[in-house]
Design a protein. Sequence first.
Length: 219
Amino acid sequence: MTNTRLTGSTSELTATGGALDLGRDRTRLMTRTFQLLAEGRPVTRARTDQAIAELGIDPDQARQALDAWTDRNDAGDIVGLGVTLNPTPHRMTIGDTQVYAWCALDTLILAIILDRPIRVASQAPGAEQVVRLTARPDGVRDFEPAGAVVTWPARRADQVDIGSTSGIWATFCHHSFFFPSREQAARWAANREDIEILSLDEGFALAREMAAVWLRYGR
């Protein structure tokens, strides 16, 4: 990326020990939860316990982390963590399974982490046109319209809260959308000095850096 402010912010957050480095056990737990939700079904307590045992991590710490990070249904099953079964503006089709993402950039990050192509249809606030693309582990393909962009907030470590779902949404998810054009994104981001408007190639480069935080501990 050539954006100096965003490059600096991202490097600070993704460095070993940075705000987005959750450590080996919590990162592997998060990655496994992505994988389970991508199957398109709620993750039951029994399936969660099985995954925790398979990963060989402390059950109490794992459940505490998941309680903080995930959306649940009335039965207490996990239905959202990056990948969600609850409708959002960012619809994802993975294989034959339709799910959603918490934010636009998540769709690109997840294609890398899951190592699978993801077909995306996403509609930004105030935009009439849906942005469609295929997020692949090696880049963004088949996108329309041709001028589509993605927004992302440049955050310092002291501006990041990933201790809860509400913190994650407030820090990142409420600020990341695919817009049909740079002009529409600029109108939405007017008077927002923290918002960066990125081409899809730039967005994928950012997603690759973010995904590397999880992949340093394996899938």
